[in-house]
Design a protein around this ligand. Structure first.
Ligand SMILES: [Zn+2]
Length: 309
């Protein structure tokens, strides 16, 4: 069994300020325009992770999201050509490369990047005791400063090498792929034997995703179409030839997301209303820590070793 709750962050639950509201609104506007002009309306489909039957979970911007009855993963099955165009949509690519976007990320994500690099260095040392320096492939990192920091990290031997590497980073990318099996098999080809794949994944078994059920500001097509559960992730990684070394959910924003979107909560959600209206900041922070420790936050970190063939 992989470790599930080895690490968790100690950050407070409010005012984390990762998102600049204006920047996010502009980005979302561009994305909505694309979705409007490139609709996808697949309705029924088998689970992309375990192959079992699904039910409709919700519809966001005219896109159907399904939830698996077996592994509880949530996903929208969007056509490959649409996702390909989405990823290269010129207005979106240009905005994400703009000074405004990059500088905002640099200021607001500094702590997250530091924390991630510390986590990664520690894990690489733990799982590869005979190597000190690693070849790294960092796929489509959206943030220039973050790429630079990985490239100059003390454990990085060479960055974005051609062919295969000891470490393949697939950060914040898993949420927007059309076919997870195909993508993982492609990633496997980039990982050397006994090398590792590292992913940050938004998970559909997480607290805020399930409580807000489609009303979260941060889950929308086509930016987030895959929300595997922890079980769904385990199934698909094993299926594609990886041994999971560790899955943890260090996410620290579930409660914050619920508080920010509380007007959308169903009135029947009595426990959640009681939790957020009748308890104090300390209890909410403790509740967030519980979610992290028990693997029930909606942001997961995964480190998996490629099985030797
Ligand atoms: Zn499933």
């Amino acid at each position: 069994m992989p470790l599930k709750a080895y690490s968790y962050a100690e950050s407070e639950y409010v005012d984390s300020g990762v998102i600049d509201k204006d920047v996010f609104a502009k980005e979302k506007q561009i994305i909505s325009e694309f979705v409007l002009n490139n609709p996808s309306s697949n309705k029924e489909t088998l689970c992309l992770f375990c192959g079992c039957d699904t039910n409709i979970f919700d519809m966001l911007n005219e896109v159907y999201y399904n939830r698996c009855n077996n592994c509880f993963s949530i996903f929208a099955k969007v056509e490959k050509n649409i996702i390909k165009s989405y990823k290269t949509y010129p207005p979106l690519v240009a905005y994400r490369q703009s000074k405004e976007y990059q500088e905002s990320a640099e200021v607001r994500r500094d702590g997250i990047w530091l924390d991630f690099l510390f986590w990664l260095e520690y894990r690489l040392a733990r799982y590869n005791r005979n190597i000190a320096l690693f070849d790294i492939i960092d796929i489509s990192n959206r943030y220039n400063e973050f790429s630079k920091r990985i490239k100059t990290a003390s454990f990085c031997k060479s960055y974005n090498v051609e062919k295969s590497a000891d470490v393949v980073l697939f950060l914040e990318q898993f949420r927007c792929i059309a076919d997870p099996v195909e993508t993982l098999l492609e990633l496997k080809c980039m990982v050397k034997d006994n090398g590792v794949l590292v992913m940050n994944v938004r998970v559909g078994s997480g607290f805020d995703v399930l409580v807000l059920k489609g009303c979260s500001e941060t889950v929308f097509p086509y930016e987030t179409i895959l929300l595997p559960s922890i079980e769904g992730l385990q199934i698909i990684l094993q299926k594609t030839g990886f041994d999971i070394l560790e899955i943890s959910t260090p996410g620290s924003h579930d409660i914050e997301h619920v508080l920010q979107n509380k007007e959308y909560l169903s009135k029947d959600n009595h426990f959640i209303h009681y939790l957020i209206e009748n308890t104090d900041k300390t209890i909410l922070a403790e509740f967030q820590r519980f979610l992290q420790k028990s693997g029930m936050s909606s942001h997961a970190r995964v480190i998996a070793r490629k099985k030797s063939e």
